[in-house]
Design a protein. Sequence first.
Length: 259
Amino acid sequence: MKVMLLIRPDIMYKMPVHNMNQKLRNNAVLLNWVTTYRKYVDSKLFKIADDYFMKQQDQQYLLGQSWNHYFPYKIQAPWKQPDNLFIEFLRYSLYKPRDILTMLNEMVDACNGDIFKHADFEDMLTNYSVYLKGELKDCMLIYMEDSDYSNFILFFDYFQGHKNFDYAFFETKHLEYVRYLKALERKIPPFMETASEALQLLYDTNIICYKTVETLPNGRKKNKMFWSYKERNYANIQPEVKKGGKYAFHLAYAKAFRL
């Protein structure tokens, strides 16, 4: 009898197993829900979201019709063409079906109308932040004890008003954080002892990304964001964050910690 076990990639590399890379290739399936803003219609995540509403209908509709009925508007950004609201769902998710479905459930529970307004999405983010903090705590209990977690989340207090930062700023804030805990004779959480370790931990858990600037053929500059969950593959289950660069908090975590 075969047994299927769903396990997070970061947990895999904490298990005392030799030759982990080869075992992953031969015995594991890496679930990858990543898509792009341009190709979201073809993504599994959008199909799941559209099916959420499709199943409530008394007939079958083409992909996207149910979604567009309940979200009959686009979001406007000053630097590009209007986008389907699903892009906002992607931006506030970690590209997991559970994130998308949680946001939809929260909106449906709070809305009495037949269609949604953008204000409904913005209102939903408050409850979604509570969910995201719960997910983060569950994730962090792989890295530290429950008693360490309250000390860990204190770190975000040092980034109020700074959703974007560079490595020098991060080192300064980490030093202030460590000094504060030591002054109170509190334990520094595991993987938070040094700035380098702390940065990698935040990257592993997709709280932050690192950013680079790419020069396009027309001479324009384009920011590129690198997220752990997007860089992950069979050969690189735990991508390493680049040190000394620029970084940004995930939109959902920035809102959850009121940055």
